[in-house]
Design a protein around this ligand. Sequence first.
Ligand SMILES: [Zn+2]
Length: 344
Amino acid sequence: MSFPQTRFRRLRVNATMRRMVSEIRLSVDDLVYPMFVCPGKQVKEPIEAMANCYRFSPDLAAKEATAMAELGIPAILLFGTKEKKDAIASRASAMDSAVCQAIAKIKAKCPQLLVMTDVCLCAYTDHGHCGLIMAADAKRKRKSSPFATPAVQQYEGHIDNDSTIEVLASMALAHARAGADIVAPSDMMDGRVGLIRETLDTEGYVECGIMSYSSKFASAFYGPFRDAAQSTPSFGDRRTHQIDPACGRQGLRQMEEDIVQGADIVMVKPALPYLDVIALARHHFDVPIAAYNVSGEYMMIHAAAKAGLLDYEAAMMESLLSIKRAGADIIITYFAPEAAKVLK
Ligand SMILES: [Zn+2]
């Protein structure tokens, strides 16, 4: 009797065999490149916390986006930075914001590239929160209310959901008017997808899609990004709206709700610490699933490679492959241009 009878190594014997039996293939078509834009002209400003990432003025953003399209990357995701900030995020919905200008310039230069835009207020509010902080008179009303209890008062100074989603809808509308193909609300307010869909439809932008950051966890891996977007909250944190890392099933419920409200694509963010949620989402839903390989995941590999601990390219490709294997159709990643070159 021969032993062992089962020999898995037969299918791993050489590169051709491994290629033939490969269960998934990473493709440049899976990648979305996040880009930061800022006001001005001819600006290309390095972001200290994020290797090889820059803030571009709209003119240079168009140039960079064209380079991404030439690499075969199908889409970019724009984030606004360095706008004038105030309590009500006025610049978020302005048609002359850096994001709106960049959308128009990119679409003029490179119409085939899909332009997605982040929709959230944290880069536009002076307090750095993702929404409007409850107004002082609303606070007073609550205090004098017969129903005021310590539990209610605890919400003072927190983000007011319903007034925030109105601002988010007008921000999304401004992006759609400027030519965005897909708006991507990342704020985690309740009901925003439905209101954005209704607003876009009422205004005639029925073809503008919604990619909802549905399962966005309150993660430590966003650190470097906050430096890029200069969106660190001046007080408190984001745990009243982002999902607790211990709650994967809540992530699923939010995806389900966002699909009902009209999301075309739902997202899990971050990616690597939440591969289980991506896999569950793939199992439960038929809409495309996006995963955001966030700044901390990106910079961990950079730092480890710099310290001589990891092979940069191998770790990058393995991370992206694992996100795809978990079930993501779309991978939003700062590695996109480098990965595109490897995949060519
Ligand atoms: Zn935000």
